[in-house]
Design a protein around this ligand. Structure first.
Ligand code: ATP
Length: 319
């Protein structure tokens, strides 16, 4: 379990992370989404004790990272795959980590196998590794201590499509066995495919969080009829907001309500479905468009009330 409570980081007058709160539960993959410079890495560095917060707390299994007796046995961390000792072979790098954690050397071979780095790759020096191989080695390092929690910053960077598919399977399996995964990305499709929950950050602030289905359900309804003008008129008379989308009318209401209005007006529909089927991309762009501008200078404004439920926060943000 990861608990982040009202975490704030300021660099001088610049607020990189502003009153961020979220939880990651066992058995789930939480996707941490945001555009470049949103504050994902800074938040993760605070969770892992590498950057001291200006205020707020972050704990893993109830303790701040720095107070964990043998952190690698509790939480596997991959923050920057390129920051590995270039002169060591992959196997040597893991052997050093295993010795530090007090793990049997046999664990090294198992971790290498688990991430698909075969004997030939494991004998090569890290400087000769591609970014994708470094990501795999970084993931092996994170898994080495057999932790219950994983914190991974953009782990799919540099992986080819087969590698991304493989990594999704690995993370899904880890969570299905009761593990907790926090996974950052600015690539929405990547996260959409594996995450159960989403935390969306922009300009240092959380702009939405909740279950993936819940967030997508808040995205409205796509509806079409042969007589589009009549449908639009009926929706407006019923007080529902409708706008022209690429695939029909986008209505800020659930499909049941839209269907009832059409039925009452005697309008035959040719399509009626949740707009969420379009994927997370539109939601992500909408949610972060206003927040992606530089964070405010000076004292941090009061952020969203952390005591409100995810669903309340989600509804408020999506509206
Ligand atoms: N040590 C630092 N000193 C000053 N500003 C910093 C420092 N570290 C991060 N920042 C700033 O804080 C903001 C958030 O950066 P962060 O790296 O957390 O974003 P990110 O969401 O991980 O972005 P990306 O996807 O591009 O890695 C950025 O504007 C960045 O320039």
């Amino acid at each position: 379990m990861i608990a982040v409570n009202q975490l704030t980081k300021r660099y001088g007058r610049y607020t990189a992370v502003d009153d961020v709160s979220f939880h990651c539960e066992p058995g789930t993959v939480t996707g941490f989404l945001g555009p470049n410079g949103a504050g994902k890495s800074t938040t993760m560095r605070m969770i892992c004790g590498l950057t001291p917060p200006t205020s707020g707390t972050a704990t893993v299994d109830g303790r701040p990272y720095r107070q964990l007796p043998n952190p690698g046995r509790t939480v596997g961390v991959l923050l920057d795959a390129s920051a590995q000792h270039a002169g060591r072979t992959g196997r040597e790098a893991l052997a050093v980590a295993a010795a530090t954690m007090g793990i049997d050397r046999r664990g090294v071979g198992e971790a290498l196998d688990r991430v698909g780095l075969g004997p030939v790759a494991a004998r090569r020096r890290v400087r000769a590794y591609s970014l994708g191989m470094r990501q795999r080695l970084g993931l092996a390092h994170a898994l080495l201590g057999n932790p219950r929690v994983l914190v991974l910053d953009e782990p799919a960077n540099g992986l080819d499509p087969e590698g991304i598919f493989w990594m999704r399977g690995l993370l899904r399996d880890f969570a299905d066995r009761g593990g907790t995964v926090l996974l950052s990305s600015h690539l929405l499709r990547e996260v959409e495919a594996v995450a159960d929950r989403l935390v969306v950050i922009g300009g240092g602030r959380i702009v939405a969080q909740g279950g993936k289905e819940e967030l997508l359900a808040g995205d409205g309804t796509v509806v079409r009829a042969r007589d589009g003008a009549a449908l639009r008129g009926a929706l407006e008379r019923a007080g529902l907001t409708a706008s022209e989308g690429a695939e029909g009318l986008l209505v800020q209401a659930d499909p049941d309500a839209v269907g009832e209005v059409a039925l009452a007006a005697g309008i035959a529909l040719t399509e009626l479905r949740p707009a969420g089927g379009d994927g997370l991309e539109q939601l992500f762009l909408t949610l972060t468009a206003t927040a992606a501008s530089p964070a405010p200078v000076g004292p941090a404004p009061v952020g969203p009330d952390a005591s409100r439920t995810d669903a309340e926060l989600t509804r408020e943000t999506v509206r």
